[in-house]
Design a binder for this molecule. Structure first.
Ligand SMILES: [Fe+2]
Ligand SMILES: [Fe+2]
Length: 151
């Protein structure tokens, strides 16, 4: 399938997911805070993997001017991302707020690995807002102009 999430991003998601899973197994306030993060992160990741990240799998081909009619299918995803963008960003705010609680708990319990994890996930959300979401939307917009002239 040509519409695949780039491997680097897929792996990053898997790693974040696994690290959080580990944090949820901690006892006390770290575990509780991690579970609160997971509650919002899980559905958020699912949405991203459904429509926000697969369009990025076309970037490499598009940069080489390799365009095919079936790429039209990606427009469904990029239009969905455009509609959901404000909600996705609101979810990031919620995730980051919950990560702050996790960070405080982790500092108190001297579990500094989780402080690092929280920083990593916060940065991930920022990269998505600054680079990945706009790039995915641009894939759709670019294809629309290309299809108008080509097919
Ligand atoms: Fe993500
Ligand atoms: Fe995200």
């Amino acid at each position: 399938m040509f519409l695949e999430i780039p491997k680097s991003i897929k792996l990053e998601h898997e790693e974040l997911h696994e690290d959080l899973e580990e944090a949820t197994m901690e006892s006390g306030s770290v575990g509780d805070a991690a579970k609160a993060v997971q509650e919002v992160l899980q559905p958020h990741f699912l949405k991203e993997e459904k429509f926000a990240l697969p369009p990025l799998g076309l970037l490499s081909q598009l940069s080489k001017d390799q365009i095919s009619p079936e790429m039209n299918d990606v427009l469904e995803m990029t239009e969905k991302l455009k509609t959901e963008l404000i909600q996705m960003i609101a979810e990031h705010r919620e995730i980051v707020a919950r990560l702050k609680i996790l960070t405080e708990a982790a500092i108190k319990e001297n579990k500094l690995d989780y402080v690092q994890f929280a920083e990593k996930l916060t940065l991930h959300a920022q990269t998505e807002e600054e680079v990945l979401y706009p790039a995915a939307i641009l894939v759709g917009e670019y294809l629309k102009t290309k299809f108008m002239s080509k097919f």
